[in-house]
Write a protein that binds this ligand. Sequence first.
Ligand SMILES: Nc1nc2c(ncn2[C@@H]2O[C@H](COP(=O)(O)OP(=O)(O)OP(=O)(O)O)[C@@H](O)[C@H]2O)c(=O)[nH]1
Ligand SMILES: [Mg+2]
Length: 419
Amino acid sequence: MFLDISSIFVTAGNGGDGVVSFHTEKFISQGGPDGGDGGNGGSIVFEVDLNSSTLMDFKFSKHFRAVHGGNGAPKRCTGKTGKDLIIKVPRGTVIKDKLTGSIIMDMFEDDASFVLESGGQGGKGNARFANALRKAPRFSQKGEKREEREITLELKTIADVGLVGFPNVGKSTMLSIVSGAKPKIANYHFTTLAPNIGVVEKYGDTLVMADIPGLIEGASEGAGLGHSFLRHVERVRLIVHVVDISGHEGRDPYEDYLMINRELNNYSPKLARLEQVVCVNKIDLINDDSIITDFEAKIGKKVHPISAIMRKGVDDMISEVFKELAKAPEQEALEYNAFTYEAIDKKSFHVSKLDDASFLVEGGLIDQLVRNVVLSDYESFRYFQKMLKDKGVISALKKKGAKEGNIVRITDIEFEYVE
Ligand SMILES: Nc1nc2c(ncn2[C@@H]2O[C@H](COP(=O)(O)OP(=O)(O)OP(=O)(O)O)[C@@H](O)[C@H]2O)c(=O)[nH]1
Ligand SMILES: [Mg+2]
């Protein structure tokens, strides 16, 4: 089966907590602080699997979690680092944030390896907080937490050439004779239910050809299966447009040709501008070559007469495809402003007014600040308040109607609002 879009949940590992501990040894009564740091959590990493061409692996497996970092231990022992989780996807998979639909990464390169989110950092143990003035710190830092993310994987096949045409014109037959691909071939419409890919070789040169099935009238607006497959033609460099010239199904080849081009254009004008090698197939069914010359005159360009079933004209057509491809634009990754979770998380906060006239502040910014503050330490708390002011939390509270003396709650910290 073929699957080219799937949503999954991924969670990077939390950092382990730093611990509070003091050195103990026989006959030594007051050992120094020796609490170790927490280990870092494992990251969520995506890699390209060149042997895969479908997202089928993600149909039933939906939750992917990297391992948490271990907590620190006495004797300055650092917690274990959490193992990364490596997720393999086919080349051409576009990773998006599900909620916003923004692109996070296009797995375009053969050897693409991408850290979607790194694991949480381990917290510092109390040994790290000791200094000349503070000889016995009784606090340590918690590890950074990681949230679950819902992402969409969308496969946009990377092929050099896209085979397009009305159903039953002989696209799959063509792919099967020019490459090692073995698509199903039969005399009815929609035999092919998902894009097939084949590698075509000639004189030591190779190209990747994709058979894009299901294009019908209205495909670009969602009719039939074709709409979902158009995303696979999006990145091709050249189009091979196959037309059934025999008209034995009662349609006019020229109308077919116009209709397919209309759908390509409606989906993406960039696609419509790509060079096309036009093949008129099933010439074994016609007796009069003027049908071909008439067709050429109508579309205003030379075509390749072919009988895929008799393997006639196919070699010439492939030579032409290689020649055109040499002139075609290079494949490019998508253009996008990469969306990152860490960037939004570290800045976001939200103020809400509670029933008892107190205010609650939450969000990634707050988690970040709280982690780095030692509340029992006066200097540290002052620093925390200054950060709240600098980052706009105080003015956001004011906007929400906070007055002198109101209680502000931030995680398990409470303090009075002062202007
Ligand atoms: N007479 C004749 N029949 C052909 C030729 N090429 C393909 N066919 C037949 O046309 C029918 C459709 O061929 P396919 O290759 O399955 O066509 P397709 O374009 O992939 O069709 P869909 O997957 O349904 O979109 C089959 O019965 C083929 O044997 C040809 O050159 N001449
Ligand atoms: Mg087919």
